[in-house]
Design a protein around this ligand. Structure first.
Ligand SMILES: [Zn+2]
Length: 434
């Protein structure tokens, strides 16, 4: 018999932005086993642990639809540079000398930051998948890994075989782990290689996760070379036969909409777009027709791994552009934030009995958020990681009473050591160019 946890007298904030007060939430065997009004609770379920939540709000955990978690080791290394310089002069040269230790510790740092901010599930897009998987398993978070493939790299065929083998060997490892096939992007994967990756994904029965139309220069180049947009290229490669997670898609065009399917999901990451000056794009013209949630992108471009911040920026960008403050309402944005769970195969993101107990307990009685009149607005516009009192994944507390279970002091000490080491190693030669 697993233990039973009771979140007592909580205000439930569900995925539809409804708030229901005075609820007892019982958690057992990783699931929400019962939700009941306190007045209707006959106390027949014995709880091994009771958390008094009368001042707290409980919502589904936050999904992060697109990140390069290990890049936390590069947080702040490439500031105030163009996208071109960011890739070609900074990130790819440094990444070419990255070690397993860098990937492992960087991923742990990223997971710690995400758990601190209430993230319970994330879609990773990176290489070094052994290290990423190890970090996911050790920390208890839910991870959906897309081991990244560069079709233009000289060792592409070996790498594709290696990734395929890795996924086959590990896809049943844990109910908290899932995989996507992860072509980096159409501009780093020549069309035949993109097709090969898509075919492999079909054989494995996996979805794909890749960057599409992040910048207008990518769209122009694709069109010049093939007559198609990056979405069109992905379509021709058979990509939309599969469930697809689009990293970014900021420059989506009217004509691209015909390719999109019911299970095409966009990970919108506005902080990166503003920081790398990616332009306005077409996303805001079409967002009502798109399935989307929020991604943080990697910390080397957006510096933080907090999906609430991305949701906040999305709403603010929307209002700013529309010049209509009554648009992009907090509840609508909250629903998009939570809808992101559907990009994953874990059935998370629902405040209902039988759903996985992946939850955040919000404490809004803090200086930055108090007083508040609407908990959703308070979270969206005012909150930070201090407001995340507890983070629970599959019924386990990974942040408890404001403190992470991970040993963050040791982690930071190791990160300092690796930071010195990677600066001493310097930049190498990248295999691909942007
Ligand atoms: Zn990305």
């Amino acid at each position: 018999m697993g233990k039973t946890t009771l979140l007592k007298d909580a205000s439930v904030l569900d995925e539809q932005a409804q708030c229901i007060r005075h609820q007892n939430i019982y958690i057992k065997d990783g699931l929400i086993s019962k939700i009941t009004d306190i007045s209707a609770d006959d106390g027949s379920v014995a709880a091994d642990e009771v958390i008094e939540c009368s001042k707290f709000y409980v919502s589904p955990g936050l999904p992060n639809l697109h990140t390069h978690t290990a890049m936390n080791i590069f947080k702040g290394i490439a500031e105030d540079v163009t996208a071109d310089a960011w890739f070609n002069e900074m990130i790819w040269p440094y990444e070419s000398k990255m070690t397993d230790d860098d990937v492992y510790t960087g991923t742990l740092m990223g997971i710690a930051e995400m758990l601190n901010n209430g993230v319970t599930v994330f879609a990773d897009h990176y290489f070094g998948e052994e290290q990423v998987l190890k970090a996911v398993k050790e920390t208890g978070i839910r991870g959906d890994l897309a081991p990244t493939l560069f079709g233009a790299a000289p060792d592409f065929s070996e790498r594709l075989a290696q990734v395929t083998e890795f996924i086959k060997n590990h896809r049943e490892d844990s109910p908290r782990v899932a995989f996507h096939m992860g072509p980096h992007a159409n501009y780093t994967c020549p069309e035949p290689t993109l097709g090969q990756i898509v075919d492999e994904a079909k054989k494995l029965g996996l979805p794909i996760h890749l960057h599409v139309s992040e910048e207008d220069v990518q769209v122009e180049k694709a069109r010049r070379e093939t007559g198609l947009t990056p979405f069109g290229i992905l379509h021709r490669a058979g990509g939309f036969d599969l469930k697809v997670l689009i990293g970014h898609g900021l420059w989506v065009e009217e004509g691209d909409l015909e390719y999109l399917q019911d299970d095409t999901w966009f990970a919108f990451c506005p902080k990166t777009y503003m920081k790398l000056a990616s332009g306005r794009g077409g996303f805001f013209d079409h967002y009502k027709k798109l399935n989307f949630g929020f991604g943080t992108d990697g910390a080397a471009s957006s510096n933080t791994l907090n999906p609430v911040e991305q949701a906040r920026l999305f709403g603010l960008m929307g209002k700013f552009q529309a010049r209509d403050a009554s648009t992009f309402g907090a509840e609508e944005i909250w629903r998009h934030l939570m809808a992101g769970h559907q990009a994953f195969p874990f059935d998370t993101g629902l405040m209902k009995e039988g759903a996985p107990a992946d939850l955040v307990v919000w404490d809004l009685y803090q200086m930055d958020t108090f007083p508040f009149y609407s908990p959703i607005s308070s979270i969206l516009y005012s909150s930070n990681s201090q407001n995340v009192k507890y983070t629970m994944v599959a019924g386990e507390f990974l942040k408890y009473d404001g403190r992470l279970k991970l040993d963050t002091a040791a982690l930071m000490e190791e990160a300092v050591r690796l930071q010195k080491s990677l600066l001493a190693r310097g930049k190498g030669k990248a295999e691909v160019t942007y």
